[in-house]
Design a protein around this ligand. Structure first.
Ligand code: NAP
Length: 482
């Protein structure tokens, strides 16, 4: 099942033209013997050219009406819809996300394009009364110019689109550096969008973060940067942007918590926790990687987790029945297995899946939940970014909140309870950008603000209306008449 029928060639695109470069073969994480494609890396020398091209394209694009821009985004949505199966299959084969999830992600990309297409026909400012009645005073959003977009591999379609769609509708052009681990998908997306986009409006560069990404940060003539990735890289990007006075947003790592109180419906909680912890093989910034439970229900919860995890299907990414696929790469496999070895040495296994439904050699990791470590332990503090969660016990509700907030990160947090007062208290006291009751930590909708507190974000928000604030700046205008 894991064998990909064709080998896809991935190229950078500048001004609508493909750029050749040093070739690397990309293998399928579901079957490492299978070649998915060949990537052609450009060198950092082309970053300047891409930015200049974008500058020119931006001027023409910004002069179009909002309705015209919106029509282009709608055409992008149509193209994505026409190619949804191919894009989902390529992405699953490239980075291992199960095809069912990948199709859902492409569907989200289409929704995002349509949501921001509609913004082209909405108000982009306010009329503000002036002290002099003969002065007409108003504020309006204006474009930033060229936006640098740096994206991770774990949402290869939705994240680039949730940055690029609002950037475009606000009148900006884009230089996009996707993660190399998802660059075949990026190249396919570019090919699809090129059919309806003006040349040079989105320029996409395939190359390493350290070279091409860093050049974009340090040297390119960009007016803003939107970054999603690890906290380490995000802090580096933020420091450079601050030193150049470039507007930036960074969405970064998480160590998200699912709290289970004694009155929770345990079956529903377990089902949401497993989805939050193990879909995408735990490689979501919003994945549940800590479970905090009231000690009164701990034995019952452990029993249910043990049974449920044992029944999870770990399979090839193109297996429609797979609950989770392999992790995305050799680096990910080695890094996560480092945490698994630490857990097997210093913690107790609560639940572990036993079988892998594939005959191929791939980067498969058995989902694992452990306990027996305290809230300060590395396993309870560091982002594992794999199918792994740690279970922590709380004496009571107050201690559960204390443990939940005991992390440098603050992306998302969930609680499972039927107690309305405690639900409200958790929503108020939780130090996370996205707080949910009786819902998994992942899965925030595209029309709502998305982002984290503490070390998870630059305290900006993406998606929904919040994105429009980032991709524009406000001009206040006044004209005296009469
Ligand atoms: P990463 O290693 O930080 O990489 C993110 C992007 O930055 C990639 O395109 C990477 O390029 C590039 N990059 C690396 N070093 C760079 C540098 N020195 N200068 C400029 N760009 C550089 O993160 P990742 O492994 O791709 O993604 C996983 C992380 O993303 C996790 O921490 C996860 O929590 C976080 N994430 C956060 C959110 C959110 O919304 N908060 C969403 C998804 C993921 P190359 O990889 O090609 O070298």
């Amino acid at each position: 099942m894991a064998v990909t029928s064709q080998v896809y060639e991935g190229y950078s695109v500048i001004n609508g033209k493909q750029h050749d470069g040093e070739a690397t073969t990309i293998h399928n994480p579901s079957n490492t013997a299978d070649r998915v494609g060949i990537l052609h890396d450009v060198s950092s020398h082309v970053v300047e050219e891409a930015t200049e091209v974008a500058k020119r394209a931006q001027q023409e694009w910004a002069s179009l009406s909002g309705l015209k821009k919106g029509a282009t985004l709608e055409n992008m949505a149509v193209k994505l819809e026409e190619n949804k199966e191919d894009i989902a299959t390529l992405a699953s084969s490239e980075m291992g996300k199960p095809i069912k999830e990948m199709k859902g992600e492409v569907a989200r990309g289409i929704q995002l394009l349509r949501y921001y297409a509609a913004e082209g026909s909405r108000s982009d400012g306010d009329v503000i009364p002036a002290t002099d009645p003969q002065v007409h005073q108003y504020s309006k959003r204006v474009p930033l110019g060229v936006v640098g977009v740096i994206t991770p591999w774990n949402f290869p379609v939705a994240i680039p689109i949730w940055k690029m769609a609002p950037a475009l509708i606000c009148g900006n052009a884009i230089v996009w550096k996707p993660a190399k681990q998802a660059a075949l998908t990026a190249s396919k997306l570019m090919n699809v969008f090129q059919e309806v986009l003006p040349s040079g409006l989105i320029n996409m560069l395939i190359g390493s973060g350290r070279q091409v990404g860093n050049t974009l940060l340090e040297k390119a003539n960009i007016d803003a940067l939107s970054f999603t990735g690890s906290t380490e890289t995000g802090m580096h990007a933020a420091a450079i942007c601050a030193s150049r006075n470039i507007k930036y947003q960074t969405e970064m790592g998480g160590k998200n918590v699912a709290v289970v109180l004694e009155d929770a419906d345990l079956d529903k909680a377990v089902s949401a926790i497993l989805s939050g912890a193990f879909t995408s093989a735990g490689q979501k910034c919003t994945a549940s990687s800590r479970i905090v439970a009231d000690k009164k229900i701990m034995p019952a919860l452990k029993d249910k987790l043990k049974t449920a995890v044992a029944g999870l299907r770990v399979g090839e990414a193109l297996d429609e029945q797979a609950f989770l696929g392999p992790v995305s790469s050799k680096d990910q496999y080695e890094k996560i297995n480092g945490y698994v070895s630490l857990a097997k040495k210093e913690a107790n296994v609560v639940a572990e899946a036993q079988t892998i439904a594939s005959d191929y050699e791939g980067y498969y990791i058995h989902p694992l939940i452990v306990d027996g470590v305290d809230a300060n332990h590395t396993l309870a503090q560091e982002e594992v970014f794999g199918p792994f969660a740690v279970l922590l016990e709380a004496e009571d509700f107050d201690e559960a909140i204390e443990i939940a907030n005991h992390t440098d990160y603050g992306l998302s947090a969930s609680i499972f309870t039927n107690d309305l007062n405690r639900s409200h208290q958790f929503l108020e006291r939780s130090e996370a950008g996205m707080v949910r009751v009786n819902l998994e930590t992942a899965g925030v909708e595209f029309q709502a603000p998305f982002g984290g507190m503490k070390m998870s974000s630059s305290h900006t928000r993406e998606q929904g209306q919040a994105a429009l604030e980032f991709y524009s700046e406000t001009k206040t205008c006044a004209i005296k008449h009469g």
